[in-house]
Design a protein around this ligand. Structure first.
Ligand code: NPQ
Ligand code: MG
Length: 368
């Protein structure tokens, strides 16, 4: 198959509720969607970079540049017989995992649609529905946080992740745990602490958390290995794991017991599968992280989370948790058992609605 056109779509979608983490507060998600065309079909992928370099160094603008000037030229007009072929073609590009993932994932969708095969089947997924949870941002007050959590529990979410930072940690977790003694609960610091905070973080051991996600520096594994020896709660790495190599290094030195796999952060479905397999062989658990994706990215996350070693609930919530209006049909809804059903149509199994895309559009580029 030869891809003859690649289209970039920079869009903006308002959230239903502001999302605040240790790196800031957002009201609108800017996003970058990639469409690849071949044989009368289109495949879609989402670049999960944010507008600014807050979660990682990648931004929508750096991704636009790397896609337009390096990744699209490496793809257009070349024979592709499997999505992994583009991974090899991208191997000269260092970093820019989110940009690489978006184009690779669009090619997976294209192949799935061409073959009439759901992505979940192509990736080796085994579950028709995947357990999910909700990531709850930092709120102006503890009362407002408890109100948010209450809403999600009432909506049927059986697992909640709380964003923490210094000054918004032990007392918040204690309050949530006291009100919901049986809720599956975990926290994410997005690198807001240092080893000097080890005693504070160890206080979280009292609250029966599933995991503590990325407490220390965004590129660190060495200090996390030191910290893990001082905590009973498993450390889960997110930001620090950029590739299968980083996953192996982290497990080798005991920096974590759990890895959050985000397909964008690790450079695509192929790398995500490799980290999944490595962790399965090493007895480490994995789960599927989220980047407040549109339904395009979310559909891919659901397919990935159906692989056998995704043993913890994913940061994959129903469409209604994120945006006033998403850009695909159908939307995703929460099942009564806190799962979301994996799409079973060809490829990612959702259709981008042209009128919604146009309404959300900030700019587009068609290549060549
Ligand atoms: C995490 N996400 O696991 C991330 C980071 C994150 C769902 O908790 C805009 C776009 C805002 C992407 C905030 C969740 C974001 C974002 C946080 C990603 O660390
Ligand atoms: Mg995280």
């Amino acid at each position: 198959m030869k891809i003859h056109h690649i289209h970039l779509h920079h869009i903006a979608l308002p959230y239903v509720h502001p999302f605040e983490t240790s790196f800031g507060r957002e009201l609108t998600r800017e996003a970058l969607l990639v469409a690849v065309e071949a044989d009368g079909l289109a495949g879609w992928g989402e670049c999960v970079a944010m507008a600014g370099p807050w979660y990682s160094y990648e931004t929508i603008e750096t991704s636009w540049h790397v896609l337009r000037d390096f990744l699209a030229p490496a793809t257009l007009g070349h024979e592709v017989s499997h999505p992994a072929d583009v991974v090899a073609r991208f191997s000269r590009v260092r970093g820019h995992a989110m940009a690489r993932a978006s184009l690779e994932n669009a090619v997976w969708d294209l192949f799935g649609r061409a073959q009439g095969t759901p992505l979940v089947k192509m990736l080796g997924g085994v579950r028709p529905a995947v357990p999910v949870g909700v990531s709850v941002g930092i709120e102006p007050t503890l009362d407002e946080l408890l109100e948010q959590v209450a809403g999600y529990v009432a909506a049927g979410y059986a697992r909640v992740k709380l964003k923490i930072k210094p000054g918004w940690d032990v007392q918040v977790v204690r309050a949530v745990r006291e009100r919901w003694p049986d809720l599956a609960l975990q926290v994410d610091a997005n690198s807001a602490y240092t080893l000097a905070d080890a005693d504070r973080l160890a206080e979280l051991d009292a609250f029966d958390l599933l995991l503590i996600e990325q407490p220390l520096h965004h590129d660190d594994i060495v200090d996390h290995a030191v910290l893990q020896r001082q905590l009973r709660t498993p450390i889960c790495l997110d930001e620090s794991i950029h590739s299968p190599h980083h996953a192996r290094w982290a497990l080798d030195i005991g920096a974590c017991r759990i890895i959050n796999i985000k397909v964008g952060r690790v450079g695509g479905f192929t790398a995500a599968q490799q980290i999944h397999d490595l962790c399965a062989a090493r007895g480490a658990q994995v789960w599927c992280g989220g980047m407040l994706e549109t339904n395009v990215g979310r559909a891919g996350n659901l397919a990935l989370a159906a692989l056998p070693n995704f043993t913890l609930p994913g940061d994959i919530s129903a469409s209604a948790r994120y945006f006033v209006e998403d850009i695909t049909a159908p939307d995703f809804t929460l099942n009564a058992d806190s799962t979301i059903s994996v799409p079973n149509g060809p490829g990612i199994g959702v259709q981008v609605l042209p009128e919604r895309l146009a309404a959300a559009s900030l700019r587009t580029l068609s290549l060549p």
